[in-house]
Design a protein around this ligand. Structure first.
Ligand SMILES: Cc1ncc(COP(=O)(O)O)c(C=O)c1O
Length: 447
């Protein structure tokens, strides 16, 4: 295991980063993978390979990785079963002039597993899937406006929310400028607050007859307040609005059929991506027949959406998730994980711990102002990284996380927490940080 503190180095990562800065605006394609979001100078940046819940960087360091590829990895990196299905598909060709029967088999599986699914379309990414769902909702209703709650990708329909002033603050990140988004979209995407049915109802009344869709993340880490999703469902039906659940991050984790299976609240359309295919690009937009069927007449079309690799990977992933009882495993793993983190916090005398549902929790440091919190998060990431653990406060379980990962992580977190406690108590956070505090202000990142 790496991470004695003295031997850990990411020199080669930093050298590659310098080359990337000359050539790749923003360095990575996904914001969450930007090195400035971690402990720059200590956290690994460039990977060499990964297996199970372990990742190796280009400097030869090995880590237990709790980020699971920022969500797509749900069975574990380089899972034997999924990769065998992919290899078998590659040997017969990845994409054809024709389509393959497996695209129908996957649709049948999704219809079997997901309560809202009667028909299915495919795409390659989560944001893309959301854009498809919004297009369908606008096409079906003949209306333009969209009410949203949560993060739904990078597309114009969504970033339009910030044209009339900053409205994405609570849903994505503060400070996002809608650069390049057509001004004429102003007023078409309106946010509502999670848990606030009164605000949602007011918005629906104020925009009566103009709202095509309510799109929302049905939950992240915390269970919805009692009656909230049911209330949203009722309002959508009453106002003739298409209800879309964005299950890109929640799908397959708490229940195989998503939050909609877990809560029993069934939307009209839903979007699944990320974990659906254990790391091979794939997304599915599923929904009730009366909303999906009209999609055949809308121009929603892209060459790689018929790619067979993602379809083969998704079929294998869904079958393995079921065979391995993944949601029940995450529940048990999460309970153990939370107990260890909470125990470590207690041992350090730190007001911190796990929060949220067992299958998808987060780590919270309580009672700190925003500036201190950013430093504490960065120090946590930094000290875990140097001890061979990739663990920021938000993370994703996969089925390869087991006892060894838990043991190593608990040991690392105990030391990280002790250091954070010392930094807070003796006002030494700045001294202990070997990198700039983690950036989360988008404004600074694009400047
Ligand atoms: C809820 C939700 N919707 C949409 C997206 C965007 O998905 P992608 O990055 O695959 O475009 C994400 C990504 O994190 C997400 O969590």
């Amino acid at each position: 295991m790496q991470g004695t503190g003295t031997t850990h180095s990411v020199k080669r990562s930093l050298e590659i980063l310098e080359r990337a800065r000359q050539l790749i605006p923003g360095v990575t394609q996904l914001l969450s993978r930007r090195p400035t979001r971690a402990a720059l100078g200590v956290s690994p940046i460039y990977a060499a390979r990964a297996k199970g819940c372990h990742i190796w960087d280009v400097d030869g360091n090995e880590y237990v990785d709790w980020m699971s590829g920022v969500g797509p990895i749900i069975l574990g990196y380089a899972d034997e079963v999924v990769d065998e299905a992919v290899r078998e598909q590659i040997s017969r060709g990845s994409i054809y002039t024709l389509v393959q029967e497996q695209s129908v088999e996957l649709a049948e599986e999704l219809v079997r597993l997901i309560p809202s699914a009667e028909m299915v379309r495919y795409a390659k990414g989560g944001g893309e899937g959301c854009a498809v769902a919004v297009r369908i909702a606008r096409g079906v209703t003949g209306r333009d406006k969209v009410l949203f709650c949560g993060y739904h990708g990078w597309h114009d329909w969504y970033l339009a929310a910030n044209l009339g002033g900053e409205q994405l603050h609570d849903h994505l990140l503060p400070g996002i400028e809608p650069i390049g988004v057509p001004r004429c979209l102003e007023g078409t995407a309106l946010p509502f607050k999670y848990g606030d049915l009164t605000l949602l109802e007011d918005l629906l009344k104020k925009n009566a007859g103009q709202v095509a869709a309510i799109i929302m993340e049905p939950m992240r880490s915390e269970l919805p307040p009692p009656g909230f999703l049911e209330g949203v469902r009722e309002l959508a039906t009453r106002h003739g609005v298409v209800l879309i659940f964005d299950e890109v991050s929640s799908g397959f984790r708490i229940a195989l059929g998503g939050v909609q299976e877990y809560t029993g609240v069934v939307p009209d359309l839903s979007v699944f991506a990320k974990a659906i295919s254990n790391g091979y690009p794939m997304a599915a937009v599923v929904g009730r027949r009366e909303f999906m069927e009209p999609a055949a007449r809308m121009f929603i079309s892209s060459a790689y959406w018929d790619d067979n690799i993602g379809i083969a990977a998704a079929l294998a992933t869904l079958r393995e998730l079921e065979r391995r009882h993944a949601p029940a495993y995450f529940e048990r793993l999460g309970a153990d994980f939370a107990q260890r983190i909470n125990r470590a916090a207690q041992a350090a005398g730190l007001d911190a711990g796990c929060a949220g549902v067992a299958a998808h929790p987060g780590i919270r440091f309580r009672g700190l102002d925003a500036d201190t919190l950013r430093k504490v998060h960065t120090l946590f990431i930094q000290e875990n990284a140097r001890r061979g653990v990739i663990l920021p406060p938000g993370f994703f379980f996969n089925c390869a996380h087991g006892q060894e990962a838990l043991d190593r992580t608990e040991a690392a977190v105990r030391e990280s927490f002790a250091l954070i406690k010392e930094g807070l108590e003796r006002d030494r956070l700045d001294e202990l940080l070997e990198c700039p505090p983690q950036e989360d202000l988008f404004r600074r990142m694009v400047s």
